[in-house]
Design a protein. Structure first.
Length: 566
């Protein structure tokens, strides 16, 4: 018994030291699931845990997911028969919360929201910069950055400072899948309008469709550098003398002034155009010819023998719609004209009756030879104004009758439109010197062709004799300028008849009435006559004041004899 008491404790000490040594140098113990203990099984109390191989220990260093808890095997004492029976189902693992964010819900695009998007990835100009008047090629790389394919792509360039070459400036690509790119190129010519510029732009558009036939369009702008003109003043450039331009020696004929012999040109009017030609060149002009309506160089021709004829001109193609020559042709020979000198020319013309009022150009040409015999033609253009003033007549619409000085008289004035179209007139006024005119102003207004307008003015002349009646009518011409129509009518004013005193007529005695047989003037009534008339009235007699009686003289003529009165 004593030996057993000594051996058992020593065995336990050795087992404990071996366990401690294995835990320190053999690595961590692999965690295993607990082994269920069956009832009635006796476990050896001296059994030690099995060491974990190094490979299994290394595998045990791998972290175990937190969602699967693992129970550590702990050596237990010999189970007693009172321990609860093990079950075949292991306990449910408990999930450990983690710090991972929750997943975001992403919407799936529908078919209707998908579309192709064609963009220009890059472009290159060869050569760059481009030279004015030269050519270059534009390389473009396009890409479909949309979700579906692009079909029937058409690239159109807008012409301007750069003109398309080889094609009409339109390129086509059949299809471009999503994320697919293709390169196209177009050649251009540079116009001279870019001279002096350093950069310019080129516009283009891309039209395409999707698989459903929906159309899309994009616009782009490309920048093109322009080559700077070469200069002799650059670094290292050797200066060279500037060439002097040789002056051109030739005559130059211009129209220095022109005028017409009438103030206003109206349809159907004949007039003379007077102009002055000046040789403003630095050489003499030989055999100068003026052509009204314009001239042109004639086609070269040969004579009958086949010898080439000197060049000439033709004057038959002139323009004479509104003005035509009258009395003479449209060609005038003027002779030689030295430099700095001038000469005059006259051309009779007529205005076409169908010409409407307005401003019209007339082409004139000077054909001449220089000192070497070369034919030269200088064209000139002048402007002529055509008016259409009202055609009216101012007169008396009836006989005004005799007019007397210092007495009121009536002026029956009328204005008649004799033109072929209606006209609008302003105020009509009637004035006269050495006379008083009343009711002398009135607004006329619109007058139809053949229409008339009347005015009855009152005239009181101061003196007898011829009197001028001035009538003015205002209107606005075709160039919105105020104009006046003036006409003078002459009337004869007579001396007013004398005023005769009734008591001083011829053959009458003083105090007698002009009528023959009238009693003499009784004079003022006396007091006695008044008393006498009062008494006559008392007795029933006539008591009125006696009045003179007009007894006409018997008419002169032969006395007819007849039977005596019975």
């Amino acid at each position: 018994m004593k030996i057993l008491r000594f051996v058992i404790p020593m065995s336990l000490i050795i087992v404990a030291l071996s366990l401690a040594f294995s835990n320190a140098y053999a690595g961590p113990v692999r965690q295993v699931a607990p082994t269920p203990v069956m009832i009635g099984t006796v476990t050896d109390p001296t059994a030690t845990p099995t060491e974990v191989p190094p490979t299994e220990a290394a595998a045990a260093d791998t972290p175990v997911p937190s969602e699967t808890p693992v129970d550590t095997v702990v050596p237990t004492d010999v189970p007693t028969e009172t321990s609860p029976p093990p079950t075949d189902t292991p306990p449910a693992p408990t999930a450990t919360p983690t710090d991972e964010p929750a997943a975001t819900q992403t919407s799936i695009p529908t078919q209707s929201s998908l579309r192709p998007i064609v963009v220009v990835n890059s472009y290159k100009v060869k050569p760059s910069p481009v030279a004015v008047g030269g050519n270059f090629v534009l390389n473009i790389n396009i890409e479909n950055q949309g979700q579906i394919s692009a079909k029937n792509l058409v690239i159109a360039f807008t012409p301007g400072d750069f003109l398309p070459r080889d094609t009409g400036g339109v390129l086509a690509v059949s299809q471009l899948a999503p994320d697919e790119d293709k390169s196209v190129k177009q050649s251009f010519a540079v116009t001279s309008a870019l001279q002096g510029q350093i950069v310019s732009t080129l516009a283009a558009s891309i039209n395409y469709m999707d698989e459903s036939g929906n159309a899309y369009s994009e616009s782009f702008t490309f920048t093109v550098g322009i080559e700077k003109a070469a200069s002799s003043a650059g670094t290292g450039a050797k200066p060279t003398p500037t060439p002097t331009a040789t002056p051109v020696t030739r005559p130059q004929l211009v129209i220095s002034s022109y005028q017409t012999d009438i103030a206003q040109l109206i349809p159907g009017a004949q007039f003379s155009l007077e102009l002055k030609a000046l040789n403003a060149g630095n050489a003499d002009a030989k055999r100068v010819t003026l052509i009204v309506g314009g001239a042109a160089a004639a086609a070269p021709s040969n004579d009958d023998s086949g010898t080439p004829m000197p060049p000439g001109f033709t004057a038959s193609g002139g323009e004479f719609t509104n003005f035509s020559p009258v009395g003479v042709s449209n060609v005038h020979f003027l002779g030689d004209l030295p430099q700095g000198d001038s000469l005059s020319a006259t051309q009779p013309l007529i205005v076409n009756v169908s010409t409407n009022p307005g401003v019209y150009s007339l082409k004139l040409s000077f054909a001449y030879n220089d000192e070497k015999g070369n034919l030269l033609i200088d064209d000139q253009v002048i402007s002529l104004l055509v008016y259409s003033p009202p055609v009216v007549e101012l007169s008396f619409y009836r006989d005004s009758g005799p007019m007397f000085a210092n007495q009121p008289n009536v002026l029956p004035i009328q204005i008649v439109n004799l033109g072929r179209k209606s006209t609008v007139l302003g105020t009509m006024r009637v004035t006269a010197e050495n006379a008083l005119v009343e009711n002398n102003s009135i607004l006329v207004g619109s007058l139809e062709a053949g229409g008339y307008f009347t005015l009855d003015a009152n005239l009181i002349p101061n003196d007898p004799g011829s009197l001028d009646i001035q009538i003015t009518v205002d209107y606005t011409d075709d160039f919105n300028r105020a104009q006046t129509i003036t006409q003078v009518l002459t009337v004869e004013v007579q001396e007013a008849p004398p005023v005769i005193d009734p008591g001083t007529g011829p053959g009458m005695e003083p105090g007698m009435d002009p009528g023959a047989g009238s009693p003499p003037d009784m004079g003022p009534e006396s007091m006695w006559q008044k008393a006498l008339r009062f008494l006559r009235g008392l007795v029933g007699l006539d008591s009125g004041n006696p009045q003179p009686v007009n007894n006409p003289l018997p008419a002169e003529g032969p006395i007819m004899e007849g039977p005596p009165l019975q």
